[in-house]
Design a protein around this ligand. Structure first.
Ligand code: PLP
Length: 236
């Protein structure tokens, strides 16, 4: 166990240094960036060590796995970062602090409705398909702009910002225009939220993964979702 813990602590320290350096390059405070540790490829034993290492923001892409792991590590704040079907909303919502991957008006409406039923307010990000790839989930940017006022008036929701996935490539710089466009879209939507900005901060940008989080931070990410870089050399 000690080996696993020290390996994990070493990986996280290295990651923290890279996060800090990227923030400094961009003239930002590293405190503006929250590392969401994506645990989908990690064994339970490693996930259970994370709170001890000061890591409380954890992400899963599958609702069922999130619920199971929220039970295993209840002191963590669990983020849902992957596809959510409307029939899983009721199951996962009570365990989730932030749903990053709201990819359709239908899902947004269901989250609003179910939050009302449960007597809570749910924090969400709208996933936007900036790159326009057919394989990617998410709102079309023009769709969000056009329907923005109707989203803002849905009850029991707090729209905290936007999320995107960059195109899959081994060149982090390829992601920069995508991240920049997400930031510009957020700025525009926040400007147009009017007084509803008190209910919907529209501040967060969830962008950047192991291969491109430094570029994402330079372009304004407030939440980065990192899995493989955290669990490098961790035995399964
Ligand atoms: C798996 C996953 C990540 C983390 O990817 P890594 O490249 O392992 O850091 C981030 N976001 C989403 C939506 C994911 O599914």
């Amino acid at each position: 166990m000690a080996d696993l813990e020290s390996q994990l602590a070493g990986n996280l320290d290295a990651l923290d240094r890279r996060i800090r350096a990227a923030a400094e390059r961009a003239g930002r405070s590293p405190n503006e960036v929250t590392l969401v540790v994506v645990t989908k490829y990690a064994p339970d034993a490693a996930v259970q060590l994370l709170p001890r290492l000061g890591r409380l923001d954890l992400g899963e892409n599958r609702p069922q796995q999130l619920v199971r792991r929220a039970d295993l590590v209840p002191e963590a704040r669990w983020h849902l970062i992957g596809r959510l079907q409307t029939n899983k909303v009721r199951m996962v919502l009570p365990h989730t602090v932030l749903t990053h991957s709201v990819d359709s008006p239908k899902l947004l409406e269901r989250l609003s409705q179910t939050s009302g039923d449960l007597g809570c307010t749910s924090a969400v990000l709208l996933e936007v398909n900036i790159s326009g790839e057919a394989s990617k989930q998410g709102f079309d940017p023009e769709q969000v702009r056009a329907a923005w006022q109707s989203y803002l008036t849905l009850p029991n929701l707090e729209i905290r910002g936007l999320m995107t996935m960059a195109p899959f490539t081994d060149q982090p710089e390829d992601a920069r225009p995508v991240f920049r466009q997400l930031r510009e879209l957020r700025d525009d939507l926040r400007d147009r939220a009017g007084s509803l900005v008190e209910r919907h901060p529209v501040r967060d940008l969830s962008m950047g993964m192991s291969g491109d989080f430094e570029v994402a931070i330079e372009e304004g990410a407030t939440l980065i979702r990192v899995g493989s870089a955290v669990f490098e050399n961790i035995p399964q």
